[in-house]
Design a protein. Structure first.
Length: 383
């Protein structure tokens, strides 16, 4: 009988765990992959749709397309997790596992920011980002605020990329001179572990007239006055507010008693939780790295190799190294790359680019993942 691994969440991390397990173990493993949705969308594709570079249909990858021996996809909501018994309750019934991987990502709590749902737009969910495509197309100019509420939040470069892409769009539409763009972030610099990338971004913000408000978050939006209130008490007027909402672990993890200080505790080298045979990866886990797909993916590969070694009753030196490669959109089709490292002393990272050549690298990054996970050819931006 093959060992049964149940992977909760078919996002960046869950897809990587699944494909690595099958590559490593072949017919010695049966993987059940569970997600409430019927397909996957890369985080960066949300910005591609928002800024009109791709359509929602183009960036959507149906889980039905995963045709690999040993993998069954179940579309269901996970409603309860018994980590001791490794038993999961879902809207399609109960499932027992030999090994369990928690890869449920992070949820958003829009209601924690007063006024956000009424007069702002969050651009972190698929629905929010996709709806903003029409909102941006109809925008006639005015004050644009891109605001982060508080950390941790997914993909720390995304708010800076959004500010630069808004700038590009408003220039293309001839309404940049009628507009202001402000970026509010609770960090001292745009990419804290990378002084080079931060300096390049700050220089680009200055060149393009983007106002930068560091070390503070947006606490609330005033629906009547249409002003964003920042953590330091000051306010900014807005005609268009693009927000990063408060993040939290999915409620099923909290209600199943699997979180400590909001997130699932893990050994950051092995990704195993305090419950034997239960691993947690990606945005839902307290690993000590930022919440981003590239980190979730590398954590997924490590967890899969450790599970594979246990199933084979072998040993492995697979250990998560806290590294990741982040792509940053600078506008004008140019992309920069930051290689970041979080576990070798002080977090650090250096910038390559930005350039058009690195944009091709980013496209290849997306294409290679879809080939590996779904077995089909795809390119992030349609030609
Ligand atoms: C605008 C934006 C741009 C980004 N750009 C980048 C980028 O360029 N590079 C990068 O590396 N990262 C980027 N990210 C971050 C990246 O998308 C996430 O960090 C990454 O997807 C995390 O992977 P994960 O596997 O932990 O979670 P996810 O990919 O979010 O997957 C979690 C899955 O769990 C499912 N789920 C949750 N709860 C339940 C439940 N109760 N029952 C069933 N299913 C459930 C969800 O449907 C989801 O499919 C970006 C994010 C945003 C918002």
């Amino acid at each position: 009988m093959p060992a049964h691994v149940v992977v909760l969440g078919a996002g960046f991390g869950g897809l990587e765990v699944t494909s690595t397990l099958v590559d490593e173990l072949g017919s010695d493993v049966a993987v059940t992959l569970i997600d409430r949705t019927d397909g996957f969308v890369f985080g960066f594709s949300k910005l591609d749709v928002m800024f009109g570079k791709a359509t929602p249909e183009h960036v959507f990858h149906r889980y039905d397309d995963i045709v690999r021996a040993g993998v069954s996809f179940v579309q269901a909501d996970v409603t309860e997790i018994d980590a001791v018994a490794r038993r999961v309750s879902t809207t399609s019934g109960q499932i027992e596992a030999d090994y369990l991987v928690l890869a449920l990502g992070a949820d958003y709590d829009v209601s924690r920011t007063h006024g956000l749902a009424e007069v702002g737009h969050e651009f972190y969910s698929e629905a929010g980002a996709f709806a903003l495509h029409d909102e941006l197309a109809a925008f006639r100019g005015g004050d644009v605020v891109i605001g982060v509420t508080a950390g941790p939040f997914k993909c720390p470069p995304a708010p800076s990329e959004t500010a630069l892409l808004v700038d590009e769009l408003l220039r293309e539409r001839g309404i940049r001179d009628d507009s202001t763009i402000s970026l509010v972030m609770p960090f001292p610099r745009p990419i804290p572990p990378s002084p080079d990338a931060s300096a390049a971004l700050l220089e680009t913000f200055a060149e393009r007239g983007i106002a930068w408000y560091p070390e503070t978050g947006v606490r609330a939006l005033d629906p009547q006055l249409r002003r964003a209130r920042l953590g330091d008490g000051s306010t900014l007027p807005f005609d268009l507010y693009l927000g990063v909402p408060v993040h939290r672990a999915p409620s099923v993890l909290v209600e199943s008693g699997l979180t400590v200080e909001g997130w699932v505790p893990v050994d950051s080298a092995t990704l195993e939780t305090p419950w034997p045979g239960v691993f947690a990866i990606g945005d839902c886990a307290a690993v000590g790295t930022p919440r981003a797909g590239v980190f979730a993916e590398r954590q997924g590969a490590t967890a899969a190799r450790r599970i594979a070694a246990r199933i084979r009753q072998g040993i492995t030196d697979a250990s998560y190294d806290g590294r990741g490669t982040c792509y940053i959109e600078f506008g004008g089709g140019e992309v920069g790359i930051v290689e970041v490292s979080f576990f070798d002393g002080r977090p650090s990272g250096s910038l390559e680019g930005p350039s058009l050549a690195l944009a091709a690298d980013k496209r290849e990054f997306g294409a290679s993942r879809i080939k590996r996970w779904f077995g089909r050819d795809w390119t992030p931006l349609p030609s």
